[in-house]
Design a protein around this ligand. Structure first.
Ligand SMILES: [Zn+2]
Length: 316
């Protein structure tokens, strides 16, 4: 019996390891197309089912957040064009953080659009080395990608401005050294909303929170991230993966009227056009979810603290 259990356990471990490995690189939802739609004001979702990308539309051109995998570039382009915008109007490219699932397509997008690539200081070496400078995955071939030249190095609190839109780069490190949470304001139905696009609060499998020679201040950085996230005012809760904020569920609960702009989209967040998240009956836009944001941040901080405690105890 004992032998049976040990063989069974071993098999289970192998199966879980294989599934975990596959998930890290090849989650099929990452490259599954998702309809482009207007979140609110001049902010649009143009990502896949599993990898979030956003387009901020302005009269001076557009800002794209997250290039995702190289395989996602045609999907992002199709979403942008499907919404009635020009891919070539992408003037600025930003990322949530320097991991291949959010930045591997950047070199391609720069080449196709000529966009100016702006990245948080501590993520710049990773982006420009195609992932080789990453503290955790730098020597893992399956995590590397085409390097891309950064045109503007961002620092905590820097503003990215284009055609009246202002995005603020908040350093929320730990997951990567330069992990960035983006905030902006959108206007919808005469009201102004605070948007938060969370960079990532996740402690990945294998991350060393104690005695990490490649990233000695990692635990302090995560704590800083949670302090920053808790202090940000948030009405519209978004993030680098749809799973953070319930993309599919919220998308399903939004009104018919917002699924596609009826007329040519009005740049600059003009709110006289079709409603976005709000449905015909005037129900609230499901992406306006301050309670969901607070719950997410609280849960992620608890996960981090539990993992830190576990690793601290094990190191004793
Ligand atoms: Zn990541």
């Amino acid at each position: 019996m004992r032998k049976f259990i040990s063989i069974f356990s071993l098999l289970l471990i192998l199966v879980l390891a294989a599934a975990g490995g596959a998930f890290a690189q090849n989650d099929p939802e990452w490259t599954e197309a998702f309809p482009g739609f207007r979140v609110a004001g001049n902010l649009y979702y143009v990502g896949s089912k599993g990898l979030a990308s956003y387009l901020v539309v302005t009269p001076a051109g557009n800002i794209l957040i997250n290039s995702d995998l190289e395989a996602n570039v045609p999907l992002i382009r199709a979403s942008i064009e499907g919404l009635g915008f020009k891919f070539s109007d992408t003037k600025i490219l930003l990322i949530s953080h320097a991991h291949f699932d959010h930045d591997a397509g950047s070199a391609k997008i720069k080449e196709l659009t000529g966009a100016s690539y702006m990245v948080m200081d501590a993520d710049v070496p990773v982006v420009e080395s195609g992932g080789k400078a990453d503290f955790q995955y730098g020597n893992r071939a399956e995590f590397l990608y085409p390097p891309a030249k950064v045109d503007r190095v961002l620092h905590d609190g820097d503003e990215v401005k284009l055609g009246g839109a202002v995005l603020v780069a908040h350093l929320t490190p730990g997951h990567t050294k330069g992990c960035t949470t983006w905030t902006m304001k959108v206007t919808e139905g005469g009201k102004t909303y605070n948007v938060v696009i969370v960079g990532s609060p996740n402690v990945n499998p294998g991350y060393k929170l104690v005695h990490n020679d490649a990233y000695p201040q990692i635990a302090r950085d995560y704590q800083r991230t949670f302090d920053v996230l808790k202090a940000l005012p948030c009405d519209i809760f978004l993030g680098a993966h749809g799973g953070y904020f319930g993309l599919e569920e919220k998308y399903a609960h939004r009104g018919e009227s917002g699924r596609r702009p009826k007329a040519a989209p009005t740049p600059g967040g003009d709110t006289d056009g079709p409603t976005s998240g709000a449905d015909k009956a005037g129900a609230a836009n499901p992406f306006i979810d301050p309670a969901g944001y607070k719950k997410f941040v609280t849960e992620k901080e608890q996960e981090f603290r539990a993992e830190l405690e576990k690793q601290t105890d094990a190191a004793k």
